[in-house]
Write a protein that binds this ligand. Structure first.
Ligand code: ADP
Ligand code: MG
Length: 437
């Protein structure tokens, strides 16, 4: 068990060798991957990540060097042995899914088993189990074109698992997905590694995904330039012995907790558990929303601010049930939340366009409603002048807060301190929304 499951020795892949258009796609790569590791291959577009992954899986022949999988040299395998390797030991997941359009979802998943000579019943049983696991069982009789990107990728992961391989190779599996589906799919790979003990080799160019891996291999211009270890799983490599955590004892209690706290994972055992507890406790006491409801909504808000989704989709996503990928809010909350966001964005846009007077008018209306303010005409004039200064970046938040809070006889507006604070914070949020660098 101490041997690497995959070994890459001085791998070179050179296209059009000796010609003018020669490309050194990989230039002397050495990597060892151990059983049950989750390794991410990271680097910019064109650096050779896909070439490395395809070489490891035997889909790309090396120009020089060796690939050894489960102690067997790929170069010494017969074609038949390679086919068997792919049928039994390796599952592949691609960015473009590669589902067969004319087959149903269930048949797509079962396809790899056809070649193993199983009975139809055996195949379907294995396929349906996976459909249940990835919550796509309702899609069973549909065709790929009827599914969303995230669902298609779950289907292709299910297909890669149907023969129960030890190794999963994934090439930019979330490259075509929005940020929420991406997180969902990345969590599936994490689970396959932690729960199913699969060895995962995943290619990405997105730095936000690196924390999922046990080890990150950085590639640049066909060379391995750096390696980062998040969790040491290689035998004899651990400098410091990881704390003894008996996952078996924990798992039942954790499993029960995980039903409620969807973001809770084995990695949080130990020091990471405290920040997690603190976040949960905060949102429990300060808000009627759960952490998941806030986080999912936050992810959709990001999509909305990036203009990836329109207001209607945003509202729908907030309302949809958590189990179906939504944020599980109720309609009333969705309405007041999106109205407020629209107001804030609207005011920020007016300021950006230099329409300060209109911005101030709407802002005053908005704040009066939000904080139940009743300002005299004189105070409205002062308000416009003070907030105008903040909008023009002549004063900062604290100075504005002070002007709102200072008694009238001293030249301020004389609001309650807490109201002054809330208003000035609200204006900072608007200024942040306006800000671009
Ligand atoms: P990545 O997956 O990191 O984006 P690739 O492994 O696809 O990078 O490609 C690495 C380099 O090899 C790129 O410069 C690419 O243009 C080149 N390359 C890939 N496949 C071929 C091919 N079949 N013929 C010629 N050059 C190729
Ligand atoms: Mg690639």
């Amino acid at each position: 068990m101490d041997n690497p499951i995959i070994e890459v020795e001085n791998l070179k892949v050179i296209y059009n060798q000796g010609k003018q258009n020669e490309v050194r796609s990989l230039d002397g790569i050495n990597v060892k991957i151990y059983p049950k590791e989750y390794v991410i291959i990271f680097g910019p577009s064109g650096c050779g990540k896909s070439t490395l992954l395809y070489s490891m899986s035997g889909l790309q022949a090396p120009t020089k060097g060796n690939i050894i999988i489960e102690n067997k040299k790929l170069s010494q395998m017969t074609k038949k042995e390679k086919v068997t390797l792919h049928q039994t030991e390796i599952g592949m997941v691609f960015q473009a899914f590669y589902l067969i359009p004319s087959l149903t979802i269930l048949d797509n998943i079962c396809l790899p088993r056809v070649f193993l000579g199983d009975s139809v019943a055996e195949r379907k049983e294995a396929g349906i189990k996976l459909l249940h696991r990835f919550e796509i069982v309702e899609q069973s009789d549909k065709f790929p074109s009827q599914l969303s990107g995230g669902q298609k990728q779950r289907v292709s992961i299910a297909r890669s698992l149907v023969n129960n391989p030890q190794i999963i190779f994934a090439d930019e599996p979330v490259g075509n997905l929005d940020s929420i589906s991406s997180e969902n799919v990345m969590k599936i790979f994490k689970e396959l590694n932690e729960r199913d003990k699969k060895t995962i080799v995943l290619v990405t160019h997105n730095p936000e995904h690196l924390h999922y891996a046990d080890r990150v291999i950085y590639i640049k211009d066909g060379k391995l330039i750096k390696e980062e270890v998040n969790k040491e799983k290689r035998p004899g490599e651990a400098l410091e012995k990881a704390p003894d955590v008996n996952y078996d004892d924990l798992s039942n209690e954790l499993k029960l907790l995980m039903r409620t706290f969807k973001n809770l994972s084995l990695q949080q055992v130990g020091s990471l558990l405290v920040p997690f507890k603190s976040d949960q406790l905060m949102s429990h006491i300060l808000s009627e929303l759960t952490q998941e409801q806030i986080q999912t909504a936050g992810a959709y808000l990001k999509e909305y601010l990036f203009h990836n989704i329109d207001l209607e989709t945003f509202q729908k996503d907030l309302d949809i049930d958590y189990t179906k990928g939504g944020a599980s809010w109720n309609k009333q909350r969705v309405k007041s939340f999106t109205q407020r966001i629209q107001k804030i964005i609207n005011i920020a846009e007016l300021i950006t366009q230099g329409k300060d007077q209109e911005a101030l008018r709407i802002l005053l209306e908005y704040l009066s409603q939000l904080f139940k303010l009743k300002l005299t005409e004189e105070n409205k004039r002062l308000f416009n002048s003070f907030v105008g200064m903040r909008i023009k970046n002549k004063i900062d938040r604290l100075e504005l807060e002070k002007k709102l809070d200072t008694p009238k006889i001293l030249g301020g507006i004389g609001l309650y301190k807490s109201t002054a604070e809330k208003i000035s914070r609200e204006i900072e949020i608007i200024m942040l929304m306006k800000y671009t660098n």
